[in-house]
Design a protein around this ligand. Sequence first.
Ligand code: SAM
Length: 222
Amino acid sequence: MSQDQWTAVDHYISDLFIPPDAALEAALTRSAAAGLPSINVAPNQGKLLHMLARLIGARAILEIGTLGAYSTIWLARALPTDGFLITLEAKPEHAKIAQENLRQAGLTSQVEVRLGPAIETLPQIAAENKGPFDLVFIDADKQGTPEYFRWALDLSRKGSLIIVDNVVRGGKVIDATSTDPNVQGIQRFHQWVAAEPRVSATALQTVGSKGYDGLTFIEVIN
Ligand code: SAM
């Protein structure tokens, strides 16, 4: 199996199930033109996020790691008209493009892009009593994932869904001797989730246009 094959099959899936979408495509084009890295979720993953948000009837969504708001658009479109999404982004140049992409997608009234390191904006959101959130999508710096999970739990309720991206890291997640802080962050996060009585979790390995990685899904049960 090769990256070319994974990418071709992702295109096959997207061609089948994801109709052309001007706002999403423009968001990717504008992000690329502005020099943002192409580390957004793939279209089929974005649709999975959208479907999960709809299936759980999410009215309040928190995203940690905005980039150009590609996943944000998928998630926000799952909201009812009175729902809202807050997305956290550390880099002003990313937040600026995200705002423009959200404006073009007609989502500015429901989505707030909050600028700053998540470790600073998460306590603000807690202090403002914005939660509980029905769905939290964690997709920022991976070494920060354990701390973001702590906040996600604090800002959740029984029945909330927490989804974490990039948890397999090309298989490096099983290397107990890894000195990569991103791998170590995911390992610490997984150890915590496995021992945490307030949640039930599983993880899936993924291959596709974004390479070999994975997603962890966490249901808050208590
Ligand atoms: N969720 C986006 C999508 O799929 O379209 C992709 C997010 S990208 C993988 C990660 C983003 O998190 C980047 O834009 C990066 O600047 C941001 N980020 C990294 N560290 C952060 C931090 N400490 N606080 C907030 N955002 C951070």
